[in-house]
Design a protein around this ligand. Structure first.
Ligand SMILES: NC(=O)c1ccc[n+]([C@@H]2O[C@H](COP(=O)([O-])OP(=O)(O)OC[C@H]3O[C@@H](n4cnc5c(N)ncnc54)[C@H](OP(=O)(O)O)[C@@H]3O)[C@@H](O)[C@H]2O)c1
Length: 230
């Protein structure tokens, strides 16, 4: 990324806590202009104020089309998006008995929410000839490991998000926009309180996918900042 000459703007979803907040802090420290978004506008503004006077806080519910479009109208062009917002509401169930309402809720945020945000912001990146899109995925959705069956809707949502990553990357190849997925590992947040990895550590991996140089990987699953099997 040519940060010496251009200050890039990045929008992070679900940035009021957990990994999204840590990614926002990290990218701000790297010199980017950061737009912190969250479902709750007070929380978005509070985190933005904590991170620095130049950080913008905005309401954005990824599952609500009007909310996404309103955020786009307010913020205008961004150079990068981190599709971080996610829910895990079906832990401990299995594919045969899981509530399909829980699966729908999961897909609405983890897949369609990320897709909706992408549709809102990425055409501007293509027009500008430069962009970075980062999908925060999960090892539970990795075919190589076998999709994790005890979070069935969540695992399928992340496998589908991986599919969207590959498809978009192929469509946008050569436009200057790089689309990649990052598996952050098991991260200690409200979603997984006993996980071994700190949010700050995992945030470095997500931030690295935003900071990829021109001509960097496209359509790749990144784990510890290296290509990894889907
Ligand atoms: N923790 C892990 O071990 C782990 C592992 C692999 C992948 N991930 C992924 O990492 C991402 C961040 O998760 P986390 O670990 O930081 O969990 P977290 O602390 O539970 O944070 C989830 C974030 O997503 C937001 N969110 C949920 N629904 C939303 C919506 N409709 N619109 C906007 N924001 C919404 C939450 O906002 P509210 O506060 O409003 O609910 C919260 O900010 C997720 O995509 C998750 O699947 C996490």
């Amino acid at each position: 990324m040519s940060r010496q000459t251009v200050t890039r703007t990045v929008l992070v979803t679900g940035a009021n806590r957990g990994l999204g907040r840590a990614v926002s802090a990290r990218l701000r420290a790297e010199g980017l202009r950061v737009v912190v978004t969250a479902r709750d506008s007070d929380q978005a503004r509070a985190v933005a104020a904590e991170l620095g006077p130049d950080v913008v806080g905005l309401p954005l519910d990824v599952a609500d089309r009007d909310s996404v479009l309103r955020a786009r109208d307010v913020v205008g062009h961004v150079d990068a998006v981190v599709n971080n917002a996610g829910v895990l509401v079906d832990a401990g169930s299995d594919p045969l008995s899981v509530s399909l309402d829980a699966v729908r809720e999961t897909l609405a945020v983890n897949l369609l929410g990320s897709w909706q945000v992408t549709q809102a912001f990425v055409p501007g990146m293509v027009a500008a000839g430069w962009g970075r899109v980062v999908m925060v995925t999960s090892g539970t959705g990795t075919f190589t490991n076998g999709l994790f069956p005890r979070t069935p809707g969540y695992s399928v949502s992340k496998a589908a998000l991986n599919g969207l990553t590959v498809m978009l990357a192929a469509q946008l190849a050569g436009t200057g926009v790089l689309v990649n997925a990052v598996n952050p590992g098991r991260v200690r947040t409200r979603m997984m309180p006993d996980a071994p990895r700190s949010a700050a550590e995992a945030a470095g991996d997500v931030a690295a996918a935003v900071l990829l140089p021109d001509g960097g990987p496209n359509g790749v699953l990144l784990r510890h900042q290296r290509p990894s099997a889907w």
